[in-house]
Design a protein around this ligand. Structure first.
Ligand SMILES: *[C@@H]1O[C@H](CO)[C@@H](O)[C@H](O)[C@H]1NC(C)=O
Ligand SMILES: *[C@@H]1O[C@H](CO)[C@@H](O)[C@H](O)[C@H]1NC(C)=O
Length: 427
C-alpha cells in the first residue's frame, strides 16, 4: 500500500547489514561522509504529556496539551514545555504554560517529573512557550504570548464560560510575557522575582506594522529560542527577532520582512542566522513550503523565499543545529515537520550538511513503533540535542483520531540517535 515506506524499510535493513560488515560505510550514500551513518540506530518513544484529563495540577486536569518547546539546561536537564489547555483543544480560553523536567537524558518515562507549571494568569491564555538557555549565565528564559479570556485571534466561544470572545484587532490585546529560572528549571519567576510573569509588551512589541496598521495579533516562537556562539540570546517572533546581547540587561527588537507567522531560528556553522518560518496565508498559497530568511543581528535579514524541498501543510516546524563545534563530525542541521502540503501527519526528520541549503537524507516518524494509546501523531514539534548526543523530539498527537472540535491532543516524546535518521532514505 505504501511503496515509499516499504522501500525505506528494506533500504534501512540493507543499510544496517552493510554497515555492520563493511564499516565505515560510505558507498550507498556517496555524497555523505557522516560517521553517524555507521551507528547502530537506536530509538525510543512514549507519551510525555497525556491529555484527556489524565494529568493535572492546581485544580485543573488538562483536556489537551499542545505547542511543544524543549531546551537542555547547562546541567543537562531537559525542560519540556507545553500549553496546558483546561477544557478544549482550542488556542484560546484557559491555557497555562506547563512543563516537565527530564533527567537521564530523557531516556525513560520514569526519568521525567510529574507536571509542573511555569506560568498562569487567571483564566487567560498564556501560550506559545519559547524557552532559551543563556549558556554563560545558566539562566533559562521563557517567553510567552498572552491574551485575555474574552479575546481570541478569530473569535469563537470561550471554552470555559461559553461567552463569545472578541477578535484581537488592537495593539496590546496580545502581549509578550517573560519568566526566568535560575535554579535549573525548578521554579520560574518574573523579572522582579515574584511568581508573576513580566509584561514586556511596551518594549518588545512594535505598535504598528510596516504598512501602518496596528500590530494586533502577535506570536513568539513557539519552540526553542537560540543562544548564539557569540553570546546573543534570540527569541524568534512574528515579524522580528527579540534579542539581548548583554545577558538580559537590555532586550531589543530586530524587525524582519512581514511575510511569515510562527518562527524558528538556528545558527549555522559560519555564524550566520537562519529563520525557517510558517508562511503567512498569501505566501503559503503561492508556495506550500517553509519560508526562509538568512542574515544576522547586525547585518539584517534577506527577503523570505520558499525552500522547494521543504513541503509544509501551513504548520509549525522545528530546527536544530545539531553539530557545529565538535570536530569528529561534519556540520549537521536537523529539520522536523510534516513533509506534506495537505496533512500534518507525515512528520519527517531531515538532515543538512551545507548550512540548511540541501537536505540529502530523511526519515519519517512513521518508522517508529508507537505503543497503543499514542493516537495519530503529527503537528507541532520541538527538538533538542541531549547531553548524551541524541536527538530529542516532542511531537503533537491527536488521541481521538478524528480531527474534530473536541478531540484530545497530547505530546509524544522521541529519543533517537542521528544514525536512526541516516538509516532512512536519500530523499
Ligand atoms: C476583557 O475583559 C477585561 C477585564 O478582564 C476588560 O478590561 C476588557 O475591556 C475586555 N475586553 C474585551 C475586548 O471585551
Ligand atoms: C504575507 O506577506 C506578504 C509579504 O511577503 C504580504 O504582501 C501579504 O500581504 C501578506 N499576507 C497576509 C495575509 O498577511
Amino acid at each position: 500500500m505504501n511503496r515509499v515506506l516499504k522501500f525505506t524499510c528494506v533500504f534501512a535493513v540493507i543499510f544496517a547489514v552493510e554497515t555492520l560488515l563493511f564499516a565505515p560505510f560510505a558507498s550507498a550514500a556517496p555524497t555523505i561522509t557522516d560517521p553517524a551513518s555507521a551507528e547502530t540506530p537506536t530509538s525510543t518513544s512514549f507519551m510525555l504529556f497525556k491529555g484527556n484529563h489524565a494529568e493535572g495540577l492546581n485544580g485543573i486536569t488538562h483536556h489537551t496539551f499542545r505547542i511543544p518547546a524543549i531546551v537542555k539546561t547547562n546541567a543537562g536537564t531537559l525542560l519540556a514545555f507545553t500549553e496546558g489547555c483546561a477544557k478544549s483543544n482550542k488556542d484560546y480560553g484557559n491555557i497555562n504554560v506547563m512543563y516537565k523536567r527530564g533527567s537521564n537524558n530523557g531516556q525513560t518515562a520514569g526519568g521525567w517529573s510529574t507536571l509542573m507549571q511555569a506560568a498562569s494568569i487567571g483564566d487567560d491564555t498564556i501560550s506559545n512557550p519559547t524557552p532559551v538557555v543563556d549558556c554563560q549565565m545558566g539562566t533559562i528564559w521563557l517567553f510567552m504570548s498572552w491574551n485575555s479570556a474574552n479575546t481570541s485571534q478569530s473569535g469563537g466561544a470561550n471554552p470555559e464560560t461559553g461567552l463569545p470572545t472578541t477578535c484581537i484587532t488592537q495593539w496590546g490585546q496580545r502581549r509578550v510575557y517573560v519568566m526566568k529560572s535560575d535554579d535549573d528549571g525548578m521554579t520560574f519567576k518574573g523579572m522582579d522575582g515574584s511568581s508573576k510573569p513580566t509584561d514586556m509588551t511596551a518594549t518588545l512589541t512594535p505598535k504598528t506594522r510596516a504598512g501602518g496598521s496596528a500590530w494586533a495579533w502577535d506570536a513568539v516562537g513557539p519552540g526553542a529560542g537560540l543562544y548564539t556562539s557569540d553570546g546573543v540570546i534570540i527569541i524568534p517572533a512574528q515579524f522580528r527577532n527579540i534579542y539581548s546581547k548583554d545577558h538580559s540587561i537590555m532586550w531589543q527588537v530586530q524587525k524582519l520582512p512581514e511575510s511569515t507567522g510562527e518562527a524558528t531560528i538556528a545558527e549555522l556553522n559560519d555564524g550566520s542566522l537562519y529563520r525557517n518560518d510558517r508562511a503567512n496565508s498569501t505566501n503559503w498559497a503561492a508556495a506550500k513550503r517553509r519560508w526562509i530568511s538568512r542574515g544576522s543581528i547586525s547585518g539584517g535579514f534577506s527577503a523570505y523565499t520558499s525552500d522547494d524541498k521543504l513541503l509544509d501543510p501551513e504548520n509549525e516546524a522545528s530546527i536544530l543545529f545539531y553539530n557545529n563545534a565538535e570536530t569528529d563530525a561534519p556540520t549537521q542541521t536537523i529539520f522536523l515537520n510534516s513533509a506534506s502540503t495537505v496533512t500534518r501527519m507525515k512528520v519527517r526528520f531531515r538532515v543538512s550538511y551545507d548550512n540548511a541549503k540541501t537536505w540529502p537524507m530523511s526519515r519519517p516518524l512513521s518508522d517508529f513503533t508507537l505503543s497503543s494509546g499514542s493516537g495519530t501523531e503529527g503537528g507541532y514539534s520541538s527538538m533538542v540535542k541531549t547531553a548524551d548526543k541524541n536527538i530529542g523530539a516532542m511531537v503533537e498527537t491527536n488521541l481521538d483520531i478524528s480531527n474534530n472540535d473536541v478531540s484530545v491532543r497530547g505530546i509524544l516524546w522521541h529519543k533517537l540517535n542521528l544514525g536512526w535518521v541516516l538509516h532512512g532514505c536519500a530523499c
